[in-house]
Each structure stands twice: as structure tokens, then as C-alpha cells.
Design a protein around this ligand. Structure first.
Ligand SMILES: [Zn+2]
Length: 311
């Protein structure tokens, strides 16, 4: 559920202890003791985003915003955003592919917006609970002509950019594998299989690796294999909810040549390449950012695996 009407006298039916107001240091009160999250679901085929007209009874009623609400106990912001979108708009989580998470941080309270792509046909939006007076797929260019919730209006320019951005990470697997002397050379296909599975199962990556104004990114990950590593077993597509997933490209010749070719042909607005190879770096297009193998591997070691997600 999202926010109830803002009245001291309300008898809130608390399904979750986090469903309560927070008196914030900014002088406002916000819904959700554990923070809140919303879903900006984008259909790139039609250039539209799913918006909710807040019911007259709710806080800032009569304004347009994203489906969203309080994050539940033990829930990640992503899981909270997906659950709220299901409850308020009948958006099934398997119709959603997360791309970015952007956090509005008020120290004692945080609002996470998950920017996501529609998987397949865009879903029919249905107001399942009393939170929505209306739901609509709105053209990206038409959003700021609507009466918007003030906080959403403030966030929209940055969200609008993310809505039309795709992040991609090209992984120089030979270089990343070679960055740690952990015995990978004894079984190169086996070590490669393990690295690919770890990558595929990882949660989001820091968005600043891609130079983006967001906290986290779920990029398209393309792993380039060469030589004996091509015998590795690729992880199965499509990725589990909240995980990265990986596409594997076996290079017929030099892995570097393949990465240079993929980087030059990439349609992604935000491209990064994981490699420490200086010669390869010098051959990449100027717009490509570089992530060091050890930076990537430390992140994979430390990042929490996605949990608490709907199956
Ligand atoms: Zn605040």
C-alpha cells in the first residue's frame, strides 16, 4: 500500500510496522519508516512511462506521480517498488527489467526511484487499490505538462534522462580473470564459468562507473571470451529478478579486437569496459569509460546478492 490520507486522526491499518509517517529533518513528513520506493516503468517502444493520478483522499491527491509507497520490513527498495507497482497498478514484476536506481536522501528518510524497462508488451495498468484515481502511459515529453506531485516534478528531469539511457558493460574476461593469481590457469574454462556465474548473479553496479546521475545501474553485461575460455558454460538467460544477467560473446580471434568492434557498434548511451589492458584502452572510442578489473572484482566480492525479491 502507498500513503494514507494525511490526518492525525486516521486509524491506519498497519500491515507492516514501516507503514507510518516520518518527521523529517527537511521539515516535511514522509511515508515509510524504512523509506519508500517507486517505479518509473518505461516502454521504450512507445516512449511512454506509467504514471499514477493520486486519489483525492491521498497526500497530494489529484497530482500525478509514480506508483510507489513504503518499503516493507526486510524488503529491498527494488522489491518494495515492484510490490507497490503490483498492488497499485497491476504491474507484474516479470514485466519489469530494472535499469537504474536513484535515491533521494534526506538522511532520516530515503526515497528510491527504480527506473525500469518493460519486458515484452507494455502491461495494461489497473487501479487495484484505492490509491489511484487513474493510471496512464504518458509520453515522456508530455509528463511535465501534467500537474505533478512536487517531489516527482523535481526528480523528473534526471529520471527523464535515465528513461532514455541504456548502460552497457563490456567485460574483457581474460584480463579480469588474469587480475588475480588464484590458480585460474589450471582450469581456464572452469574459472571462466565461475566468473560468468558470479557476474550474472550480481545485483546492480555503481552508476558512476557509467558516468550517470543515479545510485545504481543494471547494465547490459557482455562478456567477451577468447581462446580456451570459450569452452566455458554461459549462465542461462534471462536473468533472475534484480540480477544482472550476462550475454557471452566468444571471439573468433583476438578478444581485444572483438571488444573494440563491440564498443564501436554499441548503441548504449553509457558504455563502460572492464579491463586493465592499456593497449585495448587506447583503441576504445573516447566515450567509453574504463573500470579496473580489481574494482569490478571487489564489487562482486562485497555486493550483497539480490534477495527478498518476488520469485
Ligand atoms: Zn525530508
Amino acid at each position: 500500500m502507498g500513503e494514507p490520507e494525511l490526518r492525525q486522526t486516521d486509524r491506519v491499518t498497519r500491515r507492516d510496522p514501516n507503514d507510518a509517517w516520518v518527521e523529517c529533518t527537511c521539515g516535511s513528513r514522509h511515508w515509510g519508516l524504512g523509506g519508500a520506493a517507486g517505479l518509473a516503468l518505461v516502454d521504450r517502444a512507445t516512449g511512454t512511462v506509467a504514471l499514477q493520478l493520486r486519489s483525492a483522499a491521498s497526500h497530494q491527491g489529484g497530482s500525478w506521480a509514480l506508483p510507489g509507497g513504503a518499503i516493507g520490513t526486510g524488503e529491498s527498495p527494488l522489491a518494495g517498488a515492484l510490490r507497490e507497482a503490483q498492488e497499485e497498478a497491476a504491474i507484474a514484476s516479470d514485466a519489469v527489467r530494472p535499469r537504474f536506481a536513484r535515491v533521494l536522501d534526506h538522511e532520516v528518510w530515503r526515497y528510491t526511484t527504480v527506473v525500469a524497462d518493460v519486458v515484452g508488451e507494455r502491461p495494461v495498468l489497473l487501479p487495484l487499490d484505492g490509491e489511484s484515481a487513474d493510471l496512464a502511459w504518458v509520453e515522456l515529453d508530455a509528463v511535465d505538462r501534467l500537474p505533478l506531485h512536487p517531489a516527482f516534478a523535481q526528480a523528473w528531469p534526471a529520471l527523464r534522462t535515465l528513461a532514455t539511457t541504456r548502460a552497457e558493460l563490456l567485460v574483457d574476461v581474460a584480463n579480469v580473470l588474469g587480475s588475480r593469481p588464484d590458480g585460474w590457469w589450471r582450469d581456464r574454462p572452469g574459472a571462466t564459468t565461475h566468473l560468468l556465474a558470479t557476474l550474472a548473479d550480481a545485483g546492480p553496479l555503481p552508476a558512476d562507473w557509467f558516468g550517470l546521475d543515479a545510485g545504481e545501474a543494471w547494465p547490459d553485461v557482455v562478456a567477451v571470451l577468447e581462446g580456451a575460455a570459450r569452452a566455458a558454460t554461459p549462465p542461462p538467460p534471462p536473468p533472475a529478478p534484480g540480477t544482472l544477467g550476462v550475454s557471452v560473446v566468444p571471439a573468433s580471434g583476438s578478444g581485444d579486437d572483438e571488444i573494440v568492434r563491440l564498443a564501436a557498434a554499441s548503441p548504449s548511451e553509457a558504455l563502460a569496459v572492464a579491463t586493465a589492458d592499456r593497449e585495448l584502452r587506447s583503441r576504445l572510442p573516447e566515450r567509453a569509460r574504463v573500470v579496473g578489473p580489481e574494482t569490478l572484482r571487489r564489487h562482486l566480492d562485497q555486493a550483497p546478492r539480490p534477495r527478498h525479491l518476488p520469485a
